[in-house]
Ligand binder design. Structure first.
Ligand code: ARG
Length: 561
């Protein structure tokens, strides 16, 4: 039985069934400080029904209640504070974790249900930005959270591989392009062409027109336009794959915007059927005045489609293909309006599942306080940044543990893990400044700090050798802090998922690592007394959950570092 229910059941019995345990459970609170116990019951909520003063109710319950499962129950004014039987709770929690391992806190709530996650989604022929990195790691972690609760997830890389910019790029390539240069370093080379053609198109309407023409030819399936487009796409994808490999993230689908080229008529027909399309300056729009939003642009005056048209086609296709419970978009906060419009159009179309689509926005990353720039010149190549993180991790390992086997591999797990952890540790709407030095540090609230704590526990367990971990002693203040963090894990998973907020997991990892290090500083774990095996059980459980926290964040936990 979970301990909240344990408290509620005891109160129910003491009240002679006056109030059902399920109702009592809803009223239970977690006290602000541990001095007030593990659960508090506010008696004033019963005052009316029982026609008694809350203080009196508290006294009556205390007089009647079965104290077996508690170390102490105190009446403080209208509150009853419950101190759980630490020994019992501790043993049950640790036993469960040792038995279930990483599956502790798993549920089957999502059995046979699908969650679509639209994530990463970089644009072809453009650099993979830091925003795409955020989307990738946030989306991946959200997927892990859902899977832990039994859902099936579909991770979709909605590549930005369609649109007028490809027409412009094709025009630019035809005018100034150099095949060998593109092959040698595709993304910077294509970006150069893209920047130049955009600048010149502003001055020169003929170039702009050439871009439109090429895009029209592309949308119409012209083989020449298609061949150039496909080549750019293949080259870009190859470059992106390197980043995904370094990040150790996989996708279930790379159906990007181009995939919907032949699926947009359905959308336009549906909108027409429901009389939602209006003409405005030659373009086709859906009015969203009643949502206090600007109109959604569906077709331009030249008949070409837009980002919105493709997102509408995509979400209909996904609903039909995956019958999703939720369709989640891990996309920067700057696209908030776009996703509001998308949802509003679905509502206008009368789809009751419009509320199942969720934009999961996140804040901006800066470098030295300034915006990362991708369009003009000084582009930061993300692959290089990740390599640099790995190099710095290696330097630290060299200093601390030069004889470590497979150093390079561990350095990659630590370096790349550090970048991920830093990205995921704050509420996602908060941006952060990208500072490798801080990220890769073994101290502070970092990934390496959590990994290092995990490795430290494993080294203690190795030293203990043959002793079998076995739960069962009476916790002290330091170990009780750990046990609380362990027994609260199911609630942590639930909250992280409900709020679509991986930072809840990262914070749990930090708290658990810090609590362990406090324990380690104050308790002689390997002392050979009759509680040795239960201390080992406790730290083994801590290591198991630290590893699980990291796994959910997409980060490896090396045994040694
Ligand atoms: N390619 C877009 C960008 O880089 C992100 C796409 C997000 N997903 C979507 N379904 N709109 O800004």
């Amino acid at each position: 039985m979970n301990e909240k229910l344990l408290v509620a059941t005891a109160i129910e019995a003491a009240l002679n069934g006056e109030l059902a345990a399920s109702e009592i459970e809803k009223l239970l609170e977690t006290p602000k400080t541990s001095a007030h116990g593990d659960w508090a019951f506010p008696c004033f909520s019963l005052a009316k029904a029982l026609r008694k003063a809350p203080q009196q109710i508290a006294q009556d319950i205390i007089a009647n209640i079965d104290q077996t499962n508690f170390d102490d129950i105190q009446a403080v004014g209208p509150y009853l504070n419950f101190h759980l039987n630490k020994k019992q709770v501790g043993a049950a929690t640790i036993d469960a974790i040792l038995k279930e391992g990483g599956k502790y806190a798993n549920t089957d709530e999502g059995a046979n249900r699908n969650i679509v996650i639209d994530m990463s989604s970089p644009n072809i022929a453009k650099p993979f930005s830091i925003g795409h990195l955020r989307s990738t790691v946030i989306g991946d972690s959200i997927s892990n959270l859902y899977k832990k609760q039994g859902y099936n997830t579909v991770k979709i890389n909605h590549l930005g591989d369609w649109g007028k910019q490809f027409g412009l790029l094709t025009a630019a390539y035809r005018m100034w392009g150099d095949e060998a240069a593109v092959k040698a370093d595709p993304i910077p080379e294509l970006l150069k062409l893209y920047v130049r053609v955009n600048d010149e198109a502003k001055e020169n309407p003929e170039i702009d027109q050439a871009g439109r023409d090429w895009f029209q030819r592309l949308e119409a399936g012209d083989p020449e336009a298609h061949a150039v487009w496909k080549w750019f796409r293949d080259e870009s994808l190859e470059a992106f794959q390197k980043i995904y490999q370094a990040l150790d993230v996989e996708f279930d689908s790379y159906n990007g915007e181009a995939f919907y080229n032949d699926k947009m008529d359905v959308v336009v027909d549906l909108l027409e059927e429901k009389h939602l399309l209006q003409e405005s300056q030659g373009a086709q729009i859906v009015d969203l005045e009643q949502y206090k939003l600007n109109p959604a642009l569906i077709k331009k005056s030249d008949g070409s489609t837009l980002y919105m048209t493709r997102d509408l086609a995509a979400v209909l296709y996904r609903k039909n293909t995956y019958n999703f419970d939720k369709c989640i978009y891990a996309v920067g906060a700057e696209q908030q309006i776009h996703f509001k419009q998308l949802k509003a159009v679905l509502k206008e179309l009368g789809f009751d599942w419009a509320d199942d689509i969720h934009h999961v926005p996140f804040g901006l990353v800066t470098k030295d306080g300034k915006k990362f720039s991708t369009r003009k010149g000084n582009i930061v190549k993300l692959e290089d940044t990740i390599l640099e993180a790995d190099r710095r991790a290696l330097a630290q390992i060299d200093a601390k543990n030069p004889d470590l086997p497979n150093k390079e591999e561990v350095a990659h797990q630590v370096g790349t893990g550090a970048v991920k952890f830093f990205d995921l540790k704050s509420d996602r709407m908060n941006g952060y400044d990208f500072d490798l030095e801080t990220m890769v540090s073994f101290e502070g609230e970092t990934g390496p700090y959590v990994q290092y704590t995990y490795a430290r526990i494993n080294s203690i367990l190795r030293k203990a050798g043959q002793v079998t971990p076995q739960a069962g002693y009476t916790p002290n203040d330091y170990s009780w802090e750990l046990i609380k963090l362990l027994k609260g894990y199911p609630a942590v998973i639930e909250r992280a998922t409900r709020e679509l907020e991986p930072s809840v997991i990262a914070k749990h990892a930090i708290n658990l690592a810090q609590a362990f290090n406090k324990y380690y500083a104050n308790v002689r774990i390997l002392e050979s007394d009759d509680e040795l095996s239960s201390r080992l059980a406790l730290i083994k459980a801590v290591a198991t959950i630290l590893e699980e926290d990291l796994r959910i964040l997409g980060i490896k936990a090396p045994q040694e570092m």
